[in-house]
Design a protein around this ligand. Structure first.
Ligand code: ACO
Length: 326
């Protein structure tokens, strides 16, 4: 098995900013409530003509440039998303076409906010075994398209964006040291978008009942998130033969500052060791972790030899963590 790491990252967020003040005009909420309960101050919203593949291509181009790899050399494209352009073809196919990554195998992956973690874990297996050399993993969401903008319980939380990483072989001892992935389908009811699939195909009734938007049992998801964020990180560290003292940078899923604070406390981290950008972007589901990672890289917060932990949780229910020597 050869060592696999991240060769380059990229991100793209739409230009339009939706602030908490804007939301105050749309639903019965306040900037004070949103900031104190979630840490979110603003989020990005895709333009009407933008879809997930458009955001994904922009993030992917930056990741390829950062990695110094041509699209023609990419063997595999995985797009993690719960907001594909359409049910099929896969958004990964649309991205492949736009990038002209002609030899790449392509598929989408559905693991909600844990999508990027499942994506890098999957792609790295192909590279570790020598089946493929370079893979592009993209986390992208246009959550604004599946948000009920009259529901204050959910509409204040989400945003749109895309993050990408090029994976490839790295020097022995570097790259991904461990993965911890999990799922608990018994909690699927807690966070879902019900209609539009084979169980409840789209109809006038499903639209009227708003079954094409996110429904979430916030309090239950919150408790689940606090538990699995810590546990998955612990498991990934143990598998890598490391402990919490070894963490140089934690890149957690950006859902709620109080969930991240619980991890900071559990692992005894100082703020400089945690990437937080949810104040500017809200929860971008599968895009949150790669966008946060890209920002940390661009800000010079990641140095060669650093030990990074990426960890996420979300609908499914799902969770995942990886330890990565940069
Ligand atoms: N503005 C004002 N009041 C609000 C708002 C709002 N935007 N939203 C809810 N409230 C009210 C509720 O109605 C409730 O009022 P009530 O007590 O009269 O019924 C009160 O505030 C408190 O509600 P709680 O649910 O207890 O609030 P909580 O502190 O739990 O925060 C939140 C809610 C932010 C949703 C939190 O539970 C959370 O972050 N949950 C986790 C969400 C998450 O991490 N999702 C991740 C996955 S997302 C994915 O996979 C796509």
């Amino acid at each position: 098995m050869r060592a696999v790491g991240i060769l380059g990252t990229g991100a793209y967020v739409p230009e339009k900013v939706l602030t908490n003040a804007d939301l105050e005009k749309m639903v019965d909420t306040s900037d004070e409530w949103i900031v104190s309960r979630t840490g979110i101050r603003e989020r990005r919203i895709a333009a009407p003509e933008e879809a997930s593949s458009d955001l994904a291509v922009k993030a992917a181009e930056k990741a390829l440039e950062a990695a110094g790899i041509s699209a023609a050399d990419i063997d595999l494209i995985i797009v993690a998303t719960v907001t594909p352009d359409m049910a099929f073809p896969a958004t990964a196919c649309l991205v492949q076409d736009r990038l002209k990554a002609e030899k790449a195998a392509t598929f989408d992956l559905s693991a909600a906010c844990t999508g990027f973690m499942y994506g890098v874990a999957t792609a790295s297996q192909f590279i570790a075994t020598g089946v493929y050399k370079y893979a592009l993993v993209i986390g992208v969401e246009c959550l604004s398209r599946i948000t009920d903008w009259t529901d204050r319980n959910t509409c204040v939380l989400f945003g749109d964006g895309a993050g990408a990483a090029v994976l490839g072989p790295v020097e022995e001892g570097y790259g991904f040291l461990s993965f911890e992935l999990g799922g608990d389908g018994s909690g699927g009811e807690l966070l879902k978008l019900e209609a539009g699939g084979s169980r409840q195909p789209a109809s006038v009734e499903t639209v009227q009942q708003k079954l094409h938007t996110i429904s979430m049992a916030g309090r239950e998801v919150f408790k689940f998130a606090v538990r699995v964020l810590g546990n998955a990180t612990d498991e990934a560290l143990v598998k890598a033969g490391l402990s919490k003292e070894d963490i140089d940078l934690l890149v957690p899923h950006q859902a709620n500052i109080r969930i991240i604070d619980s991890a900071i406390k559990r692992f005894g981290l100082t703020e400089d060791k945690v990437v937080i950008n949810l104040d500017r972007y809200g929860n971008m589901s599968s895009a949150s972790i790669p966008v946060a990672l890209d920002e940390a890289v661009k800000e010079g917060r990641v140095k060669k030899g650093d030990t990074l932990v990426l960890c996420g949780f979300g609908g499914g229910l799902t969770w995942g963590a990886t330890v990565l020597k940069w």
